[in-house]
Design a protein around this ligand. Structure first.
Ligand SMILES: [Fe+2]
Ligand SMILES: [Fe+2]
Length: 274
């Protein structure tokens, strides 16, 4: 079993010092890797990334992250990524990383992604240069995701995004803002390359479970959605490339489910989905 912990939208600031390390303590007993689906910082300031880097320094499992829109806000995403890499985090943007776990090999392809909307309500690369640039960025990031996923030859492949690839995991957000929360182009990229799971954040008021048109499971792991320190997804790498179980990490105050596969999560686990 490959055990993947995932969370998004930590929005760490200098004032969050210590809290995260406490939330994530003991993670190595429950997961082989931690994925962070963007919005690591509040406003993309290097001192915020430094605070997070201090929390993740010497972390017991490999941490893999993509940046989110908040991490771009101060126009210093390269500095944010560099600070995290110094702490051992694999920060992805259009590339992939392989992690060998006792349960098999795991590949993670990561991009931030971008917006544009979904079937029946999506923007097109048409009109003003600003509009064309908006959709062109989404297309470029989607193509980068497709290539990064295709480059992986691992037992299990995960797409790590910040923006959503499907509208299902946005349900709970105002429909008017869906075009700013994700794009169907990301799902098309995943379906073309194939993956075992897509993990994203960004939609703080969205829904955890979704699936791409091609049948790949999607999980919105924004911390306000999963309402735990992290979600854990298990994969049986023995020829069945699909999430087999889902569990929970715990935040303080949520002790009873700590370290277990909860019945509720198991019931909602995508065993039969494909
Ligand atoms: Fe966020
Ligand atoms: Fe975001």
């Amino acid at each position: 079993m490959i055990r993947v912990a995932a969370v998004g939208d930590l929005h760490v600031g200098p004032d969050s010092a210590g809290a995260l390390r406490e939330q994530l303590s003991g993670i190595h007993e429950k997961a082989d890797v931690l994925l962070i689906a963007g919005d690591l910082t509040k406003a993309g300031e290097p001192e915020e990334a430094e605070a997070l880097a201090r929390e993740l320094m010497g972390f017991p499992v490999q941490v893999v992250a993509v940046l989110g829109n908040h991490d771009h806000h101060a126009d210093r995403p390269a500095e944010i990524a560099a600070l995290l890499r110094e702490a051992g985090v694999a920060v992805l943007e259009g590339d992939a990383v392989r992690i060998d776990t006792p349960g098999g090999s795991l590949g993670v392809a990561g991009v931030k992604g971008f917006g544009g909307g979904f079937s029946g309500a999506s923007a097109a690369e048409f009109g003003e240069p600003e509009m064309k640039a908006f959709i062109r960025h989404t297309k470029e990031r989607s193509e980068a995701l497709e290539s990064a996923l295709a480059s992986l030859e691992t037992d299990v492949r995960i797409a790590l995004l910040h923006y959503a690839p499907v509208r299902e995991t946005l349900l709970g957000e105002p429909p008017e803002i869906f075009p700013f929360l994700g794009s169907y182009l990301l799902a098309e990229a995943v379906d073309r390359s194939g993956a075992d799971l897509v993990v994203h954040g960004h939609a703080h008021r969205g829904t955890e479970h979704g699936v791409t048109p091609g049948g790949v499971n999607v999980r919105n792991v924004a911390q306000t959605v999963i309402r735990q320190a992290y979600a854990v997804y298990g994969f049986d790498a023995g020829g069945r490339k699909k999430p087999a179980t889902a569990g929970r990490g715990s935040r303080r105050g949520h002790g009873p489910q700590e370290g277990r596969i909860s019945r509720e999560a198991a019931r909602s686990a995508p065993v039969s989905e494909r």
